[in-house]
Design a protein around this ligand. Structure first.
Ligand code: HEM
Length: 343
């Protein structure tokens, strides 16, 4: 298998999740940055090898054909929005994901800054989240998150594409969703009730035994099996984030899988339910505000990109933006001074 990007990175305590959309005409710059990613990462992380700075780049379905000629990854498509009876998994804009991880936030931040400097006006940042590991590897709901991730060879088998799509072997599908928690409502539950929502004990972090595991718990609905009865697995590296002043408490969900169908089956169970469960109870306390799907190709793909599409869409003229600011300075016109009266 070709060498993958650092999808199975060593445990990190900090992350920046940067999702950007590519502006018309920005394709060449984005291609250059993708190819230079290892060098950018080295420049920031080389002096601090113990802090294990890594970055995975994922490419979305809508931009793939604008960036590269030739075939596309077999399973790549836009994030499929789900509307359940109570809860909704929204699809939001996102062409490229940079998943930056380290043991130090300053390294993540610096790499994100250099990426954005290089990308300049070729992209607009759709979403940026700075995540941290919370004590005991807990999420902000207070439960240990990540325990049942596969490790070692099983992790590789769960996340990397292989012979089923040989041109894209060593790649991985990656789904992200930013969730905001209603901590007041959550904390109004007893610990036992919270444990029934998650499906594990809070302090001891053990799975509730069969018989005590509700069908609508998060763990029950995310345990999915294939036709042979084997469990279908993904690798998650969620991070809490938030702002106490704003009353914002969140979990940034990120899941890698060999094919997107397994992540989508989990999401369908959560939002549309799986009999007899109507939906995942975690959603009564967690609202998804973003949703994107990407493919993170093998490292060698980024190093030696396929050519640009034969007939590139004309720059700038491709997608005229109605009511775009007339400034012509490349900015989005956001910020206090834009439109202010000239004195
Ligand atoms: C609000 C966002 C979420 C939170 C706070 C959360 C938290 C948790 C926690 C605490 C566990 C139990 C411990 C463990 O990690 O094994 C867990 C398990 C799991 N979660 Fe989530 N999760 C979230 C969203 C998702 C989403 C969107 C998916 C899939 C699309 C997912 C897939 C899974 C899977 C596969 C397991 C392991 C189930 C098992 O085999 O025991 N999670 N999650």
């Amino acid at each position: 298998m070709p060498e993958p990007q650092p999808v199975l990175a060593p445990p990190a305590t900090a992350a920046v999740f940067l999702v950007v959309t590519v502006a018309p005409g920005g394709e060449d710059t984005v291609r250059d940055v993708l190819t230079d990613l290892p060098a950018l990462q080295r420049a920031v992380g080389f002096g601090a090898p113990d802090d294990r700075l890594t970055c995975v780049a994922g490419i979305g379905a809508a931009v793939w054909g604008r960036l590269f000629q030739g075939p596309r990854p077999a399973g790549l498509h836009p994030f499929r929005e789900l509307a359940g009876e109570r809860h909704r998994a929204v699809a939001t804009p996102g062409d490229v994901l940079f998943h930056i991880r380290s043991r130090r936030m300053d390294l993540c931040f610096e790499l994100a800054r250099r990426l954005c400097t290089r990308l300049g006006d070729s992209v607009a940042v759709a979403d940026e989240v700075h995540g941290f590991k919370y004590y005991d590897m807990r999420d902000l709901l207070g439960f240990v998150d990540g325990t049942e991730n596969p490790v070692g060879q099983a992790a590789g088998a769960a996340v990397f594409t292989g012979a089923e799509d040989p041109r894209f072997a060593g790649g991985s599908y990656v789904m992200v969703q930013k969730y905001l928690h209603d901590l007041d409502a959550w904390e109004a539950l007893s610990t036992e009730e919270q444990e029934r929502v998650i499906g594990r004990t809070k302090l001891g972090n053990t799975e509730l035994p069969e018989g005590r595991q509700p069908g609508d718990s998060h763990v029950a609905l995310n345990t999915v099996t294939g036709p042979d009865g084997e469990e279908r697995e993904v690798v998650r590296d969620n991070m809490p984030f938030g702002s106490v002043g704003e009353g914002e408490f969140g979990t940034y969900f990120i899941g890698y899988a060999r094919e997107p169908g397994v992540l989508e089956e989990m999401l369908e169970n959560m939002f549309l339910g799986r009999a007899p469960a109507a939906y995942d109870r975690i959603l009564d306390f967690s609202t998804a505000v973003t949703g994107c799907l990407f493919f993170a190709p093998a490292a060698g793909f980024l190093d030696d990109l396929p050519d640009r599409p034969a007939a590139p869409r004309p720059a700038a003229a491709a997608d005229p933006v109605p009511d775009a600011p007339a400034a012509g300075d490349g900015s989005l016109g956001i910020g206090g001074l834009k439109g202010a009266p000239v004195r």
